[in-house]
Design a protein around this ligand. Structure first.
Ligand code: ZN
Length: 473
């Protein structure tokens, strides 16, 4: 969908090609694109001269010398194309043909036919419903205090507020994500939580980003030649939009994707820290690597800790979860109001699709519980998550620690944990934890080798550096 800078580029091109030109007649191949009567349109606009083409938000305003304006919106993929010879055959997607007296033709093309046209007396433009309900563009906001006061009444997320064209117009999904990243604001922050400094930065960054995009469209205008589509496409310098899974260009944390206001939302969990949760240290690593030792140590030093495995166990106690598990896996997975661990293990080992199925169902529920717990903590919290990256928990973690321990030693621990049961399946399942492939996103790796005492010392040192990191941010 063309965003404001693209529409601005189209407007500048149209203005260059159309200002001063006179319409001979307009052919509506798809009359439904026009909101209004075609005969009225013809009697008003045929043989009239265009004075200029301007823009209001993403609406293109084609002004005529006799005091009428044609309002065009490209919606999903509408575009204009200048045809030098008006006798040439139009494309099957050219739905509106503007024949000019000078022999040229401007075709409006729209594969999906979502675009709209309406017309009105220029002096009544502000009364046109689609324009009347538009909020100001970022460029029009001069009174930051008034805008801040307006935001402070809203408990909606800033992402959905910025997408709301009646509140502020001209910012689409890409520009909202890029602006929030530039302003260091988490997209889920409620309007009323934003400080004046936040709001100032928000307006300043949105103006800067839109301006840069418009300027980059300017090069397209300079290189434009007749016959090309006037679609205003150009490459924008993107930092976060659809870049989830890659390193943040500022801090190298893994960029995350979530859904807010029904739209894909891309952000850096560290630079755009969620103000509702504390600084979160995430601990990951394979089975029996020493994650619990780390957690116990943090607890004994007085910090709040949570283990994803404990969250799973308490979820498994809930009758509603047990009902869903029966449905998802097999009725026998629940016996005497408990999850039958060995049945579950056998089922998981039957097919790798089973593991995927359980994880897809379980991860969001575990993440939800963890986030709810985090919201009750104050400045720092430690969370142990074996599949930290695969469950997308890194979307709310600031500092990632992995614990590495040689396989043979881990195997011994796993064996000792299951003396009377087969332990091989656990080793097999453990192989699916491939945390090492996320190495670039891990802040610290602790080796669990040698004496327990030495391991404890390394944990203690790491706790100190994690706390120091939390104070810097
Ligand atoms: Zn970052």
């Amino acid at each position: 969908m063309p965003e404001l800078p693209e529409v601005e580029t189209v407007v500048r091109l149209l203005n260059r090609q159309l200002a001063g030109a006179t319409i001979d007649h307009v052919e509506w191949k798809v009359p439904s694109l026009l909101k209004g009567n075609i005969h009225t349109f013809s009697s008003l606009f045929h043989h009239q001269t265009i004075t200029s083409v301007t823009r209001r938000a993403k609406y293109i305003l084609i002004h005529f010398h006799h005091g009428y304006t044609l309002v065009s919106h490209l919606r999903m993929e509408g575009k204009y194309r200048e045809i030098v010879d008006n006798q040439s055959t139009p494309s099957p997607y050219a739905h509106v043909l503007f024949y000019l007296k000078d022999g040229r033709r401007i075709d409006y093309q729209d594969v999906r036919k979502f675009g709209t046209f309406e017309f009105i007396k220029s002096e009544n433009l502000h009364q046109l419903k689609s324009l009347a309900q538009l909020g100001p563009e970022p460029f029009d906001i001069n009174d930051i205090h008034a805008f801040h006061a307006q935001l402070s009444k809203s408990s909606r997320s800033i992402k959905s507020i910025l997408l709301d064209q009646t509140f502020i117009s001209g910012l689409g999904n890409i520009y909202v994500d890029e602006t929030l990243f530039a302003a260091f604001i988490h997209p889920g922050t409620q309007g009323k939580e934003l400080s004046l400094i936040h709001v100032e930065s928000l307006i300043k960054e949105s103006q800067r980003i839109l301006k840069e995009a418009i300027e980059s469209g300017g090069s397209r205008i300079r290189s434009y030649s007749s016959g090309q589509p006037m679609d205003g496409q150009f490459t924008l310098k993107i930092n976060v939009y659809q870049k989830h899974g890659t390193p943040c260009p500022r801090c190298h944390h893994r960029l995350a994707r979530t859904v807010i206001a029904g739209r894909g939302t891309h952000f850096c969990p560290r630079c755009q820290h969620d103000s509702y949760i504390p600084f979160v240290v995430g601990i990951t690593g394979s089975m029996a690597s020493g994650k619990s030792t780390f957690l116990q140590r943090a607890l004994s030093e007085g910090y709040p800790v949570l283990s994803a495995d404990d969250v799973v166990h308490s979820l498994y106690q809930k009758p509603s979860i047990q009902r869903q598990l029966k449905h998802l896996i097999h009725p026998n997975v629940i016996q005497n109001k408990h999850v039958n661990g060995s049945f579950l293990l056998e089922w998981l080992l039957q097919a790798s699709s089973h593991v995927k199925k359980l994880e897809a169902w379980l991860h969001p529920r575990v993440i939800n519980s963890i986030v709810n717990w985090l919201k009750k903590q104050n400045t720092i919290a430690f969370v142990e998550i074996p599949l930290l990256f695969q469950s997308h928990a890194d979307a709310f973690i600031d500092f990632i620690v992995a614990i590495d321990r040689p396989f043979e030693e881990r195997k011994k621990t796993i064996q000792s944990r299951h003396p009377n049961r087969r332990w091989e399946p656990y080793v097999l399942l453990d192989e699916k934890n491939m945390w090492k492939q996320y190495r670039p996103f891990i802040d610290r790796i602790i080796e669990n080798e040698g004496s327990l005492e030495a391991f404890h010392q390394r944990i203690h040192d790491l706790l100190q550096s994690a706390i120091a990191a939390s104070r810097v941010e």
